[in-house]
Design a protein around this ligand. Structure first.
Ligand code: F3S
Length: 63
């Protein structure tokens, strides 16, 4: 599984990283690190919850 963060949509709500800190990292400006990131083993559920929690719909999940 991997997650992809659309930097154009991210507004820095940080709900993703709060729910799944091992999946979503923040950049130096406090936005979720953009691009595609592999989900570590065992983090699939938090990754999905973090994606669903984003109010901007900035995260997509692919398997
Ligand atoms: Fe950005 Fe959404 Fe996370 S706005 S910081 S991707 S909760």
């Amino acid at each position: 599984m991997r997650v992809t963060v659309d930097r154009d949509r991210c507004s820095g709500h940080v709900r993703c990283a709060a729910l799944a800190p091992q999946v979503y990292r923040l950049d130096e400006e406090g936005y979720a690190a953009a691009g595609a990131h592999p989900v570590p083993p065992g983090q699939e559920r938090p990754a999905e919850r973090g994606a669903l929690a984003c109010p901007e719909g900035a995260i997509s999940v692919s398997r």
